[in-house]
Design a protein around this ligand. Sequence first.
Ligand SMILES: NC(=O)c1ccc[n+]([C@@H]2O[C@H](COP(=O)([O-])OP(=O)(O)OC[C@H]3O[C@@H](n4cnc5c(N)ncnc54)[C@H](OP(=O)(O)O)[C@@H]3O)[C@@H](O)[C@H]2O)c1
Length: 276
Amino acid sequence: MRSFPLPSGAQLPLFGIGTWRMGESSARRGRELDAVRHALDLGYPMVDTAEMYGEGVAEEIVGEALVDRSPRPFIVSKVYPHNATRRGTIAACERSLKRMGLDRIDLYLLHWRGGVGLAETFEAFHRLREAGKIANFGVSNFDLDDMAEAARLDGGLTASNQVLYCLSRRGPEFDLLPWMRARSMPLMAYSPLDQGRLLGKAVLGKLAADVGCTPAQLAIAWLLAQPGVVTIPKSATRERVKENLGALDVKLSPDVLAELDRVFPPPKRKQSLEIL
Ligand SMILES: NC(=O)c1ccc[n+]([C@@H]2O[C@H](COP(=O)([O-])OP(=O)(O)OC[C@H]3O[C@@H](n4cnc5c(N)ncnc54)[C@H](OP(=O)(O)O)[C@@H]3O)[C@@H](O)[C@H]2O)c1
């Protein structure tokens, strides 16, 4: 599986499982844990989580799925903007580490921009890095102007930007993705299925049938065909976890890619970054 080098020298995997909406209901917890475990058993190399998801319970589920697992997958987590002060970031990271039973988070992101100055958050990220509690840091939901500010403050260490990017929301292709590619910075595409909304589109179903895959696999395979892009589909259903991984084996011909461009056209002008 392809991967992308990060400032620490570690590699960012191409693919992982997302965990938003996990940990929100005790009735669903067992099924969610089973899905994350299943993903890791199948070889998913990365898990994306955040202190926000289930207010910490998603991280606890990830921690439980990691028990006795070696080697462990690449772990991404995120700090809430309101916690992203000099001291608050460090305390939030320590809580996340404890919930997941880890010594180190591989990639720690500012979840979105809030009221705290970026210089303050980055100072905390640098300290966490020096202390070995995170290996890399990055941002999420940053449009180009925010990325330019980050680049002035980060000492060249911003490892990634996690943004909404999928077939039906191609805005980042206009300027953000080229800017990141020029710096060899991978883009983490969240909501690759547009939270399931993409899958109801008849045209995607028809194209997927022509390719010989499912609509979800087609949507994920299209993202994986974009240079410098990694993605993290979420599912709490065993069968779908396996189905989504199958996207790695789907090859898209130039004709299919052209048809997808026709149905889901790339942006012709700047679009403000969308956020879910
Ligand atoms: N940084 C940010 O601000 C941000 C924002 C959003 C998301 N994220 C991250 O990105 C991850 C993925 O995004 P997302 O969860 O928003 O949306 P998504 O991965 O596009 O879609 C998840 C939804 O699609 C369903 N689904 C998954 N695989 C399917 C399949 N093969 N067939 C049919 N339905 C399927 C899931 O249902 P079941 O679970 O019932 O299978 C769930 O309802 C998140 O979990 C989170 O880790 C980050």
